[in-house]
Design a protein around this ligand. Structure first.
Ligand SMILES: Cc1cc2nc3c(=O)[nH]c(=O)nc-3n(C[C@H](O)[C@H](O)[C@H](O)COP(=O)(O)OP(=O)(O)OC[C@H]3O[C@@H](n4cnc5c(N)ncnc54)[C@H](O)[C@@H]3O)c2cc1C
Length: 375
C-alpha cells in the first residue's frame, strides 16, 4: 500500500498555511506545528491596534483554515536534521520526510536603555490586541520607526482618535525609507493633514514609563511603540545554516542551503527575485514562497525532483486609515488623492484572495465579513 510522505511545516503564518495546503494537494500527510495555533493577519494589525474594525481581524484558528492537516500547537525548540525530527517545547519529537520552516520573524530591539521594559511592539496579534486597549485612553502615542508598520499605525490611530497626539519618529531622513519616494511623500502629506507630528533624523536614547528621550536632548511623552526592526527566526531554528541578514539562504526551489530535505519560506528565508535581488519580507512573497516550498517538500519526499519557482514582489499597498492609502503596483504609483482611494480596496482584496485560497469561501466570510461588505 502507498504510504503518503510525511511533511512537517513549522509556523502557521502566510507561508506556512500555503505550504501545508500545497503539500496536501500532492496527497502528503501534513503536520503543521505553530506556537499558538492561530494564523495572524499581520497586514491588519495596525487597524486592529488602532481600534478600527473587529478584533477578530487580527487572527483566526488554524483549525478553521486547514481541514485535513494535523495541527500541533507547540513551540518548536530545535531541529535534528540528521534524525529528520524536530523537538517541541513539550518534549515531543515529530518525524518528517521533508520539512518546511515558515516561522517568520519577530520584533528585534537595539540595546537602547528601557526599550524592552517600557515600549510596546506591533508584530503579532497579541501585540495588536494589547495596544487596542491602551491607545484609546492615551493622550499621546509615540511611534518609533517610520517603516510601513509605524507609518500605517500613525495614520490609522490619528484617523480613529482625533484627540490623540500622534508622534512618528524616524532615524533616516524621510519616512518609509525603503519604499519609493513618491509613496513616502504622499503618505507624509496624508499624515500631516491628520496633524501627526513627524520627526526624521532623530534616534532613540532611552525609553522610560513617561515617554521617549531622543538624541537631540528632547523628550517626547506618551505611550511608546517600537516599530523599528524585525529579526528573522532562521538562526534560532537552524543555527548552522547560512543566512543573509538573519534570513536563511535558500535556492530557487526554496531548499535551505546545505539541507536537501529542509525548505524555508516567507520572512524566515532570503528569497530572490528577478535579477537575483533579495525580495522584501511581505505577505505576498510569503504566500508564493510557501506554495513553492510545500509542493517541493512533497516532491522531494516522493523522490521527485523539485521545481524552481519564479518569485516576485508586485508592489506596495499601505493603508493610512479613514479609507486613504498609498500604493505602487509595478511601476505605477497610486498616490494621488483620487487613485489613492483604490489602494485600500486592493489591500483588502489581497487578504480576501489569501483566505479564499487557503480556507475557501466559508473561511473568507467567517473571518472577514467587513471585507466582503466593503463599499
Ligand atoms: C504590522 C505589520 C503589517 C504588515 N503589513 C503588510 C502588508 O500590508 N502587506 C504585506 O504584503 N506584508 C505586510 N507585512 C509583512 C507580512 O505580514 C509578513 O511578511 C508575513 O506575515 C510573513 O509571513 P510568514 O508566514 O513568513 O511569517 P508570519 O506571518 O510571521 O508567521 C510565522 C508563524 O510562525 C509561528 N512561529 C514562530 N516561531 C515558531 C516556533 N519556534 N515554533 C512554532 N511556531 C512558530 C508564529 O506563531 C506565526 O504563526 C506586515 C507585517 C507587520 C508586522
Amino acid at each position: 500500500m502507498h504510504t503518503p510522505p510525511r511533511i512537517v511545516v513549522v509556523g502557521g503564518g502566510y507561508a506556512g498555511v500555503m505550504a501545508a495546503r500545497a503539500a496536501l494537494e500532492r496527497r502528503a500527510h501534513v503536520t503543521l506545528v505553530d506556537a499558538d495555533g492561530r494564523h495572524g493577519f499581520l497586514p491588519r494589525l495596525a487597524t486592529v491596534a488602532a481600534g478600527v474594525g473587529p478584533i477578530g481581524d487580527a487572527d483566526a484558528p488554524l483549525a478553521d483554515l486547514l481541514p485535513g492537516v494535523t495541527l500541533v500547537t507547540e513551540l518548536v525548540e530545535g531541529i535534528d536534521h540528521r534524525a529528520r525530527a524536530l523537538a517541541t517545547a513539550d518534549g515531543r519529537g515529530i518525524e518528517w520526510d521533508a520539512l518546511v520552516l515558515a516561522a517568520g520573524a519577530q520584533a528585534s530591539a537595539p540595546p537602547v536603555p528601557g526599550l524592552t521594559d517600557h515600549a510596546w511592539t506591533l508584530r503579532n496579534p497579541d501585540d495588536a490586541k494589547r495596544l487596542r486597549e491602551l491607545v484609546p485612553t492615551a493622550e499621546s502615542l509615540v511611534i518609533v520607526g517610520a517603516g510601513s508598520t509605524g507609518t500605517q499605525l500613525a495614520g490609522e490611530a490619528a484617523a480613529a482618535h482625533p484627540h490623540l497626539r500622534v508622534h512618528l519618529l524616524e532615524m533616516a531622513d524621510r519616512i518609509l525609507p525603503s519604499l519609493p519616494v513618491g509613496m513616502a511623500d504622499r503618505a507624509r502629506d496624508v499624515l500631516r493633514d491628520r496633524r501627526v507630528r513627524i520627526r526624521t533624523g532623530v534616534s532613540l536614547e532611552r525609553v522610560g514609563p513617561e515617554g521617549a528621550d531622543l538624541d537631540d536632548g528632547t523628550t517626547v511623552p506618551g505611550l511608546v511603540v517600537w516599530t523599528g526592526g524585525y529579526a528573522s527566526n532562521g538562526n534560532a531554528l537552524l543555527p548552522d545554516a547560512p543566512t543573509t541578514d538573519g534570513r536563511l539562504v535558500v535556492d530557487r526551489c526554496a531548499r535551505v542551503s546545505g539541507h536537501d530535505r529542509v525548505l524555508a519560506a516567507g520572512d524566515i528565508a532570503a528569497h530572490r527575485g528577478p535579477g537575483g535581488r533579495v525580495l522584501p519580507q511581505t505577505a505576498q512573497v510569503a504566500v508564493r514562497a510557501g506554495r513553492l516550498a510545500g509542493a517541493n517538500a512533497a516532491r522531494i519526499a516522493e523522490g521527485v525532483r523539485p521545481r524552481a519557482g519564479r518569485l516576485r514582489h508586485i508592489g506596495w499597498v499601505l493603508p493610512l486609515g479613514d479609507g486613504q492609502a498609498v500604493a505602487q503596483v509595478g511601476p505605477v504609483p497610486l498616490t494621488d488623492p483620487l487613485t489613492g482611494r483604490l489602494a485600500p480596496l486592493l489591500h483588502d482584496a489581497i487578504d480576501v484572495r489569501h483566505l479564499l485560497t487557503v480556507g475557501g469561501l466559508p473561511a473568507a466570510v467567517r473571518h472577514h465579513q467587513d471585507f466582503v461588505s466593503l463599499p
